[in-house]
Ligand binder design. Structure first.
Ligand SMILES: *Cc1c(COP(=O)(O)O)cnc(C)c1O
Length: 469
């Protein structure tokens, strides 16, 4: 059979609210044209993020009831530890409340000098952390600690139209040059994001992971994976990379992580959990220091700011996410949306990624300049036309100002349509395609937006906008 079906059936449902175009106009105005500020109840199809929005399985919910809430050494922690060790293979696991907490702990430690009294004094200035593309919270945590976050993705990864099986790959020539220039003294760790969220949910090949690891070893620089979508990445390796066709997802995961010294993980992505994450590593000294930071701000080492039940849900979710029939459905249903958009002349990052489709707003609305934020204009239109919520990943998220206050645009102007795991059916997606086509018919008339208020860090979450006329 050619039809790819959901390898599950629906056991519990949540109703969604339909609004009128007039209501949406008012709701969007009140939200200052920033979809992050729209109440979720007023959204029909919520593609803002795939983070923490997964439908949990009956077994996960059962685990929630069965979670052990002991402060120290709970049964749920040991199950969490066992499953994470089986898949990721690192010596130490630190549970945290979500991915960015793992980043904060890791970078606070790596970008500090620790004095004789055990105090952490920030020493991030002049240090750099390379990656293929840093995710926004990763970048913010590095920059907040005074260091530089450097993106070294391959050139193909910056060209939306180019088809390449592993557009998330690191440019290893550039990485080597970079390491030669700055050396281990100024590069406390090298990261690699699998899959590359910022670059379009594009996978990284095993060959590239192996090569980056080799270069890091050569320079004596530790190597960490940002593992948020490790299972989707493993599935892409299985279907696209020679020599992996017959390997199980577990074997591919084991090999990917065998090349790294540790990882950061958000369980809100590839663990089907609504909350949680972890920091994993092999180095004993790093572990000891990171644990101190954990206990100060997150919680004791066997819960790290989570409830026992959350660790149960993560452990069960990790076992479910590496199921090949799920990943087959996941990657192909995302591709269905991408292919339909392409057929209708709506430009996207090619080929379709794992967890999301990234609409190329620069190519779609070439009449809107970067400093009028074409991606933000698209997310407003999507809400007005169909109650669909999406997020801009372009100059709102990554743009900077030069010394004259002029916008330095991001490399790409994208709109991310993130697909929550196991949540929407094909008719939801067909409806979305209809909404996109309706906008496509009148796209030349769409106008840009301007920022009226913004914070210093991660401005896309809370900035206020106004429509230009
Ligand atoms: C979501 C995400 C993070 C941060 O995780 P949170 O759980 O949202 O804090 C880090 N890196 C990548 C690639 C992500 O997608």
């Amino acid at each position: 059979m050619k039809t790819i079906i959901e390898p599950f059936r629906i056991k519990s449902v949540e109703y969604v609210k339909t609004t009128t175009p007039e209501e949406r106009k008012e709701i969007l105005r009140k939200a200052h044209y920033n979809p992050f500020l729209i109440p979720a109840e007023d959204v029909l199809i919520d593609l803002l993020t795939d983070s923490g929005t997964s439908a949990m399985s009956a077994k996960q919910w059962a685990g929630i009831l069965d979670g052990d809430e002991s402060y120290a050494g709970s049964k749920s922690y040991f199950r969490f530890e066992e499953v994470t060790k089986k898949i990721f293979g690192f010596k130490h696991i630190i549970p945290v409340h979500q991915g960015r907490a793992a980043e904060r702990i890791l970078f606070t430690y790596l970008l500090s000098d620790i004095d004789k009294d055990g105090r952490f004094n920030n020493a991030g200035k002049g240090k750099f952390i390379p990656s293929n593309n840093h995710f926004d919270t990763t970048r913010a945590n590095i920059e907040f600690n005074g260091a530089g976050a450097v993106d070294l993705v391959i050139e193909e990864g910056k060209q939306p139209k180019i088809i390449h099986p592993f557009k998330g790959n690191m440019d290893t020539l550039k990485l080597r040059e970079f390491m030669q220039k700055y050396g281990a003294k100024n590069i406390p760790v090298c990261m690699l994001t699998i899959t590359n969220n910022t670059g379009g949910g594009q996978p990284v090949s095993m060959e590239n992971i192996r090569e980056v690891s080799k270069i890091c070893k050569e320079f004596g620089i530790p190597f960490f994976l940002d593992a948020c979508r490790f299972a989707e990445n493993a599935y892409f390796i299985k279907i696209r990379e020679k020599g992996f066709e017959k390997k199980s997802i577990m074997e591919i995961c084991n090999e990917m992580f065998s090349y790294a010294d540790g990882c950061t993980m958000s369980a809100k992505k590839d663990a089907f959990a609504n909350i949680g994450g972890f920091l994993a590593m092999n180095n004993d000294e790093w572990y000891s220091n990171c644990k101190s930071l954990l206990i100060i701000t997150e919680g004791y080492e066997t819960y790290g700011g989570l409830a026992g039940r959350d660790m149960e849900a993560i452990a069960q979710g990790l076992e479910e996410i590496i199921d090949e029939s799920y990943l087959h459905y996941r990657i192909h249903s995302t591709k269905y949306l991408g292919d339909k958009m392409t057929e209708n002349g709506i430009p996207i990052i090619q080929p379709p990624g794992g967890h999301a489709i990234y609409l190329d707003a620069k190519a779609w609305l070439p009449h809107i300049p970067a400093d009028q934020f074409p991606g933000q204009a698209v997310v407003c239109e999507l809400y007005l036309a169909g109650g669909v919520r999406a997020v801009e990943i372009g100059s709102v998220m990554f743009g900077k100002y030069d010394e004259n206050g002029k916008t330095i645009p991001a490399d790409m102007e994208l709109v991310r349509l993130a697909i929550p795991r196991r949540v929407y059916t094909q008719s939801h997606i067909d409806f979305l395609i209809e909404v996109l086509c309706e906008i496509n018919d009148r796209k030349d008339k769409i106008k840009g937006v301007k920022i009226v208020e913004e914070p210093k860090f991660l401005r896309h979450f809370t900035a206020k906008f106004d429509l230009l006329d």
